[in-house]
Ligand binder design. Structure first.
Ligand SMILES: Cc1ncc(COP(=O)(O)O)c(C=O)c1O
Length: 389
């Protein structure tokens, strides 16, 4: 086989078109290129995070940088479990935690764990979703049942979710807070979802992707879906709040209330081996204790959020104010998200059209760009709304 299956190629098409926009925006923008596409922090990580990495190198003993066990080093898993006990008020222990190289690997092992080989297995995906979720499901032989959010409010459509759940539903996946919408699901929505799942034959696994859970703007507050339904797994990445996305440390943690807690955690641990994802680097595992103590600094992102939302409103964009994450998700004037993103790229501004998130008619801006890039982006966005871009 030299080519990917057509189903995977189809799913990659929007991402690859978006990659072409990068070349276009870079070429047109030159030194004025403004990259608001991905969550890469143009300011770099916090000094405390860099100090944690340096400290891990300096403290290394002879075997410190060698293989670590599947699932992760005991001490690193224990520290993460302690942190989860604090953040989620639930009795996580080290065996519930399977360390992975980022959330991408965590999503893959958790999806693989729900596939039954004797019949079609479905996973309900709330869209817009993180871009590669449907790609992973397709690759793993799972059927993605896509359930869009309410298009106007960007809230869960509980009626549509109920209609999508069935005897073959093995899992439901959503991100909380939601990427790309930047919204937090409320306790009322999560409780209603939990009640739906509890009534569902076979009790599907709820996959709660909490990569952005610390990036929440006051007065909003994070509530974990794990508090509303027992059979939940939490997926997490250390890349976001610490701005260390290339360092690939994350995990999947089985809720202590899961009805098959130990068996599922053991399966996830074994799957890291079966799938070749192994563990995150030894260095990141050594650093995790100090990384967990690095405070979350939302000053710059919060300031940019205020500026960007204000400028978008003033320019007449239709945007639901974000409550969390690095992202703002306005409607694309004209309704064609790729056509609008291409117009912006022609002016040196790179954004992600909503098609990459399996949605239509919007675009995502990331607040992790530098302040200079945000200045230029706002100029381009004002002009585009005025019709002269
Ligand atoms: C909601 C969500 N899930 C998963 C991922 C993948 O995370 P990682 O890069 O740590 O693998 C991301 C990254 O942007 C994300 O935003």
């Amino acid at each position: 086989m030299t080519e990917l299956a057509p189903s995977l190629t189809r799913l990659l098409a929007a991402q690859e078109r978006a990659d072409e926009l990068r070349a276009r925006a870079l070429g047109r923008g030159g030194r004025a290129f403004a990259d608001l596409a991905y969550a890469n922090s143009h300011d770099g990580p916090a000094p405390e995070a860099l100090a944690a990495l340096r400290g891990a190198v300096d403290a290394s003993r002879a075997l410190a940088l060698q293989y670590t066990p599947y699932g992760g080093a005991t001490i690193a898993r224990r520290l993460v479990a302690e942190d989860l006990r604090r953040s989620h008020g639930a009795s996580f222990d080290l065996k519930d935690v399977v360390l992975t190289p980022g959330a991408m690997a965590a999503l893959n092992v958790v999806f693989r764990s729900v596939r039954r080989d004797d019949e079609a297995s479905e996973v309900v995906v709330v869209t817009p979703c993180w871009l590669d979720v449907p790609l992973y499901l397709e690759n793993l032989g799972l059927v993605a049942r896509v359930v869009p959010l309410d298009r106007r409010t960007l809230r869960l459509d509980l009626g549509a979710l109920e209609a999508a759940l069935g005897p073959r539903t093995r899992a439901v996946v959503l991100s909380q807070p939601a990427n790309p919408t930047g919204l937090l699901y409320g306790a009322d929505e999560l409780a209603a979802l939990g009640a739906l799942l509890a009534r569902c034959e076979g009790r599907p696994l709820l996959v709660s992707d909490e990569c952005h859970r610390e990036v929440v703007f006051a007065p909003h507050a994070f509530a974990s879906p794990a508090a509303f339904y027992d059979d939940t797994c939490v997926v997490y990445s250390f890349g976001k709040r610490l701005h260390l996305q290339g360092q690939r440390l994350g995990y999947v943690a089985v809720s202590p209330r899961h009805s098959h807690r130990r068996a599922l955690a053991r399966t996830l641990e074994r799957l890291t081996r079966v799938m070749g994802f192994c563990t995150p680097t030894a260095l990141m595992q050594h650093a995790v204790g100090d990384l967990l103590r690095v405070p979350t600094d939302l000053e710059a992102v919060g300031r940019r959020r205020g500026r960007v939302l204000g400028a978008l409103f003033d320019a007449g964009y239709d945007v639901v104010p974000s409550q969390a994450t690095f992202f703002v998700y306005p409607r694309a004037p004209g309704g064609d998200d790729f056509a609008f993103a291409a117009r912006l790229a022609d002016r040196g501004l790179l954004v992600l059209p909503s098609s990459v998130f399996h949605d239509e008619g919007r675009f995502r801006l990331s607040l992790t760009a530098s302040d200079e890039m945000i200045d230029r982006a706002l100029e381009v966005l004002r002009a585009a709304r005025g019709g002269d871009a």
